[in-house]
Design a protein around this ligand. Sequence first.
Ligand code: 6PG
Length: 229
Amino acid sequence: MKIKKENIYRVSEKEFNDFSVNFIKEKLNSFSSNEKINVALSGGSTPLPILKLLREEKLDWKKYNFFLVDERVVSVESLESNFKNIDEVFYQFISSNTFPMLKKKSTVDEMIIDYEIKMRSFLPISKNGFPKFDMIILGMGKDGHTASLFPKTSALNENDAIVVKNEIPHLNSTRITLTFPVITTCDLLIILLKGSGKIKVFNELNAGLGYEYPISRFLESNANWIISE
Ligand code: 6PG
């Protein structure tokens, strides 16, 4: 299985952020429905400069609900928190509804139950029974992980739950993450890959190899791959 050529956007390092923000803005604007538009954002560093540019765009921000793709189980004030990092560069500047995964004085299981309730009450349910996002923005690590779906971790095999806890032993990190069934139910995946280590993974995937990488689950999807060295 190879990635559809028309879904690959190779840009220079210099153009990456501007190209990505224009691509995302266009897609956000393309949703004509007067219903709320539900978007899930990944953490990590790649999206942050893009979100910093996106916040300046004249969009009807109250139309959008922003969820998280995944979160590190840390204190809500931690610099490790995906929600905190996105909030500082993006959420604070727009008037959209936002949905953190971390909650003070809650156990991880309580946070997960709470997030599932929120997803099920705000998102339409697809024919396959899973909540359907309008858009999901993903990153990828050099090990081919995406969301917090890391190689050799239990969440890779989750086919029923929509949001789960996932232990990442080599990072000594506990994560909360959306699962593959939810991510693949979304028709508009945007995968942001920047850096030579990630391009190596992409080239393997694009050569029909790399099935051991978690992100290879999206080879058969209509995902949009924005890539740069
Ligand atoms: C996280 C992310 C993760 C991220 C990749 C890439 O919580 O870290 O959700 O999946 O997208 O690790 O991270 P960078 O963009 O920082 O390279």
